[in-house]
Design a protein around this ligand. Structure first.
Ligand code: NDP
Ligand code: GDR
Length: 353
């Protein structure tokens, strides 16, 4: 019998990498996707093609984190060995604009899944992974941040994720469920959503390089993050569910860079050598020809900011053998190369139309 995994948020960045990883391990993978008016399965379409004999090993079900009935029906039908709760309104800035929806999907959504697993009588057999986040540390109380560092969330997103974190711990303690939190620091890839800062930068600089765009507008360039590669991180989600006892783990690289440093590195890869001048809202970056290519735009500032995050993943290193495979430089290079290829393809398509 194949092991069965159910992934919420399967159409997202991590859902796509995790699906591919679990299919490679021989799992039958079921994903929950919400109904959309346009196709939104670009990240996972290749998984349906599969290898001979793998047909049917990857299946999608319509459902929504705000709808208990859909979640319950899918759980009852699939009866998964492992549930990975990756679905979320995951954009921190958007959570200030849609705080109630963010709480409904990110906080209550986790509760709906846990409660459905429990009352369907699957609490002893189904293992549960909750996508927790370094945003829980927010206004940091200790550097670097580890599992015991106190939380101080700074956005409706982080507050919703705080509820999801604790309800996961509570179901573990109250009902003996195998439920864990992966407290993952930022992880990126060429299929990262285009409005997160890394992808926004690599995509815009590639287009500027090809003359398809003039400028890149950014918010707080002083923000510092511990950035890793999503491909490395999803393996840890799986490993957390393969242990003897369920525990919570920080996953991070232990290295930190500013948004400005990310911009510089991405530009270097494109042979654009940037000089930064001015400060605050006056800051700009010019290329070697003196052209302004990056500008600060206050519309991207957040009502409350998380200035700095740096993870200490010692526990995962010791207990799970965690070792990030992709360096910061390799991550940026991979993203830039992919976005350059995408922009070039778009130019070619325009030339032929
Ligand atoms: P994405 O934003 O790329 O993907 C989010 C997924 O959730 C998408 O599939 C989205 O569907 C789905 N979704 C959103 N709302 C609902 C809903 N109401 N019902 C059903 N599905 C929904 O996020 P990532 O892949 O980057 O992150 C995965 C998880 O990990 C998220 O929970 C995120 O908060 C968390 N996380 C991410 C980190 C990171 O750096 N990437 C770090 C730490 C935690 P659709 O495609 O239709 O929009
Ligand atoms: P984050 O990621 O908020 O850390 O949440 P994001 O890439 O959105 O922001 C990182 C930092 O960059 C600053 N920033 C900008 N951000 C965006 N999106 N757009 C800009 O133009 C811009 N300019 C500067 C931000 O202010 C911030 O400080 C991500 C999400 O994936 C969450 O779901 C996840 O939980 C955390 O990472 C860990």
């Amino acid at each position: 019998m194949l092991k069965k995994a159910l992934i919420t948020g399967v159409t997202g960045q991590d859902g796509a990498y995790l699906s591919e990883f679990l299919l490679g391990k021989g799992y039958e993978v079921h994903g929950i996707k919400r109904r959309t008016s346009l196709f939104n399965t670009a990240r996972i379409d290749h998984l349906f093609e599969g290898e001979p004999g793998r047909t049917g090993q990857f299946q999608l079900h319509h459902g929504d984190m705000t709808d208990s009935s859909s979640l319950t029906h899918i759980l009852q039908k699939v009866r998964p060995d492992e549930v990975y709760n990756l679905a979320a309104q995951s954009h921190v800035a958007v959570s200030f604009e849609e705080p109630e929806y963010t709480a409904n999907s990110d906080a209550m959504g986790a509760l709906r899944l846990l409660e459905a697993i429990r009352f369907l009588g699957m609490g002893e057999t189904t293992r549960f992974y909750q996508a927790s986040t370094s945003e829980l540390y927010g206004l940091v109380q200790e550097t670097p941040q580890k599992e015991t560092t106190p939380f101080y969330p700074r956005s409706p997103y982080a507050v919703a994720k705080l509820y999801a974190y604790w309800i996961t711990v509570n179901y573990r303690e109250a009902y003996g469920m195998y439920a864990c939190n992966g407290i993952l620091f930022n992880h990126e890839s060429p299929i990262r959503g285009e409005t997160f800062v890394t992808r926004k930068i690599t995509r815009a600089l590639a287009r500027i390089k090809l003359g398809m765009q003039d400028e890149l507008l950014l918010g707080n360039m002083d923000a510092r993050r511990d950035w890793g590669h999503a491909r490395d991180y999803v393996q840890m989600m799986w490993l957390m569910l393969q242990q003897e006892t369920p525990e919570d783990y920080v996953i991070a690289t232990g290295q930190q860079y500013s948004v400005r440093e990310f911009v510089s590195r991405a530009a270097e890869k494109l042979d654009m050598h940037l000089t930064f001048e001015g400060a605050g809202v006056e800051e700009v970056a010019r290329d070697q020809d003196g052209r302004v290519v990056v500008r600060v735009d206050p519309q991207y500032f957040r009502p409350a900011e998380v200035e700095t995050l740096l993870g200490d993943a010692s526990k995962a290193r010791q207990q799970l053998g965690w070792e990030p495979e992709t360096s910061f430089e390799a991550l940026v290079d991979e993203m830039v190369t992919s976005d350059l290829a995408e922009a070039e393809a778009q130019l070619r398509a325009q030339a032929h139309s």
